[in-house]
Design a protein. Sequence first.
Length: 317
Amino acid sequence: IRGRGGAAVIGAAWKVPFQPAGAVTVRGADILPELDSRAYLGGHCSLGAFAVPEYEAWSVLGKTLRYSVDLSAAGCGCSASLVLTEMRHNADMTACSDFFCDATASCGVSCDEVVIQRSNANTWESLLRLAGDPVGSGGRVGHDYGPGAACIDTNAPFEVAASFPVDADDGAVLAMEVRLFQPRTRCALAARIGRDTFQEPGAFLQMSEALQGGMTVAISYSRTATQCSGSAPAVCGQSVVIGNFSWENYVPTAGTGEAANASLSRATTLRSTAAADATAARTAARTATRTSTWTTTRTTTRTATTTATTTATTTAT
C-alpha cells in the first residue's frame, strides 16, 4: 500500500453464520475476492484463531484512500463491497468467529460502518451507517455509470478515491467524498456525504469519533437478493479485482474531477437528504428510501471554457 507499506490480507472463515466464506486470492498489489468471500486488511496474519490485534486500525481523518477496481464480472444480482468497520475495537468474537461487525450485525454484532463501495457493474452506492441503522445515509450512482457508459464504463477498470476532510477548527470530519475516475474517458463521478446527512444531534460526531479511533478495511463479494431491472442479467463472475491501494493526505481537488484532468471532465455531485428524525428513520429502515440530488457539469477546453448544468432527470447529449 503506497504511503503505508505492506499489509496482510486475512480471509474470513464464515461469510455469515453457518455459511462458509469463499476464497480470496492476492495477485501482486490486487485482491481477488471470489463469490461469497470476505477479507480484512491487517498488520500481520498468523495461523490459528483470529485475533483482534492483527487487524489494521486506520485513522482516516484528513486522509484519502485510493484504489482501482474491476467490476466487469459483477453483473446485476452481485455486490462487491469495500467498507470501513470498527472491528479492531470489537471484543466480541461474533457468530463468524473473526470479530467482524457492521451496521446490520450480519455476524451478530453491530458497529458504525463506512460503506465506500457497495457496487456491481450496473450501480454504485456509498453510505455512512451508524450501528443499528441498516439503511444509512448516502446515495446511489446510476447516471453515466455502467457497461458502455460515457463516464464510468464498467467494462474496464476504474479508479476510486475516498477522502475524509476535517474541520480546521475542531478536527472533526466534514464529509466523506467519493470520486470515481476513468483516465481513458477523462471523466469523474463524485459524491459528498456531509454533516447535514444526519439530523439526529451528535450522530455525525459519533461517526467522526469512530473514524478517528481507527477503522479496518473489509472487502467482500457476494450474491444479493436485489431484483434486476429490465433485461439486465443476474450473472456473477467468479471474482472481482480490488487493489493498487495508496494512502495519502487529503488535498482538495480543482472542481470534482482529478486535478490533472479538471479541464476536461464530467463531474456528478451527490448530496443526500436524510430523514428529519433519525430515530424514526431507523424504525422504518426496511421500507425507507433516501432521495438524492444530482447535478451534472461538463467542461471543455478550447479557446474558452463552456459549462452546462442539467438535472439528473435530463438526458445527456
